[in-house]
Design a protein around this ligand. Sequence first.
Ligand code: ATP
Ligand code: MG
Length: 657
Amino acid sequence: MSNESLANLLKEERRFAPPAALAEQANVTAEAYEQARADRLGFWAEQARRLSWHTEPTQTLDWSNPPFAKWFADGRLNVAYNCVDRHVENGLGDRVALHFEGEPGDTRSITYAQLQSEVSRAANALLELGVRPGDRVAIYLPMIPEAVVSMLACARIGAPHSVVFGGFSADALATRIKDADARVVITADGGFRRGKPSALKPAVDEALTRPGTEDVRSVLVVRRTGQEDIAWTEGRDLWWHDLVDRQSDRHVPEAFDAEHPLFILYTSGTTGKPKGILHTSGGYLTQISYTHHAVFDLKPESDVFWCTADVGWVTGHSYIVYGPLSNGATEVLYEGTPDTPHRGRWWEIVQKYGVTVLYTAPTAIRAAMKWGDDIPAGFDLSSLRVLGSVGEPINPEAWVWYREHIGGGRTPVVDTWWQTETGGIMISPLPGVTATKPGSAQVPIPGIAATVVDDEAREVPNGSGGYLVLTEPWPSMLRTIWGDDQRFLDTYWSRFEGRYFAGDGAKKDDDGDIWLLGRVDDVMLVSGHNISTTEVESALVSHPRVAEAAVVGATDPQTTQAICAFVILRGDEDASADESALVEELRAHVAKQLGPIAKPKRILPVAELPKTRSGKIMRRLLRDVAEQRTLGDVTTLTDSSVMDLIQAKLPAAPAED
Ligand code: ATP
Ligand code: MG
């Protein structure tokens, strides 16, 4: 791509109209925006009819005690029934719900009828363990079908689940078990990761020695890896295959109030201490089901959906479990990493199952870019028709690469902005309606109200930046922080009166489309100018030699903060030979793209960047490095040795100008 077209990308000038065939058949058309604008609550009441209610709600929103919302409060439903049984009753029992692909290559296809039996057995097992509605169950599993079954079994009996990502340590697990006061833990002997079995049960054993975890009565263990000599606590530990398999495969689902708690989930921990976000049933399922249908244009009879997230993150909760299954979709569940046993593994899976809709994160797209275009080119990806992105701002260059090299230049790319707290997608193009712009999440979906405000809470005009806020309650909103209403108020509702503040910076372009600019905590102040990390990173990634970039503002005596960039080079690029020349070239490139004020003072080529286990760049740690401070909390980091490598690079003299 020429430098000129890149500059155009960054200037928001490029657009891709929806493919005509897709637009003609689209699940949702432009009318939905009109309808929701005319009657927002009526719009959501209509979406609630996507679900099967035991008692139909007559109320939509109760906002009498803001910001504590109640949606569809007099309705009653069973979430698991909506995700499983009703499809079987509708004659779809033989449809595949899950195509499971284990990392070692073992596979299992599970139909909706089989899922109904599995979930019923697991629900009966939990009841035998004494789990009652309202009791919390911690789930600490690899990406195997039992993870989905466990979540649905909890939902079925009204026991809120707290899924803890399988890569977290015993400490992180203990904190979460304690905070939620869990009664049962569901785990496995281990899972397969990068070609090897990786144990999970020892972390549970260790976590349960910590004070505050005494209420855990039972640990239910799935045999996945068959590792030998597992420590066993008699009377507490039970094998899944002993307890669950002997249960009846009949269980009659009971209805719960729409506001019955469905799950607690801790945020990814990019910024600091994780918060236990509480989601409830009816409103959550309404918005998740609707957004999965609308944003991915999901056709359950013909699509094969694949969300590559882990079930331990909200993306996995909403778009592996509750969205696709409530819509009766067929989906892929993959246990392993994208590069095991080879770097084409994902594309091989797309080809094998004929995946039509792929939902992944910028970190994975940038890794694929770095590994080289020839890898996906070796597979037949022609089944794909919609691509999605979530988790971080997607650099325009990565967006275009994704569309070209994965989507064959045909597929719409939907960049979806949302959070653990919002439960479901909030800002995103619709694939059959929106002319997409690389790098922009663009517009709130129908029924959602979001805008960008300045310090004084005034809406900014088009062409300006500020803070992203949500101005009206939405069905899948968090209800509180588990056990801490005050923290809920302080964190989200105190900065701007009556509005939910998301913590992200954003700008509106000349068309009023929204661009996410990164977390406000990360925004840099350089000689009196606010500069967005995302914009400088995107400018760096638009250089042909850069695959990924992270930018921070480090305290500087002359300019308040100085821009310090860490870059990963593409493919087999080796910077050691011409590092200083390359650094100069990159600095000049950013200055040309964004102006001299945004020119980084220092640029360090590195092999890896510090990331959370969900793949997000942890800029606060890079700031610690750039300011030569002791590192802050690193417990949510994937690989802490990355920080040693980066620190070792630092003594290099800063570039001067
Ligand atoms: P913590 O809240 O503990 O710091 P976290 O914010 O990373 O962790 P999540 O709820 O998983 O936890 O992530 C939500 C955040 O991810 C958003 O607030 C935003 O910063 C970022 N994000 C998600 N999707 C997008 C997107 N499409 N574009 C830009 N940023 C995004
Ligand atoms: Mg957050």
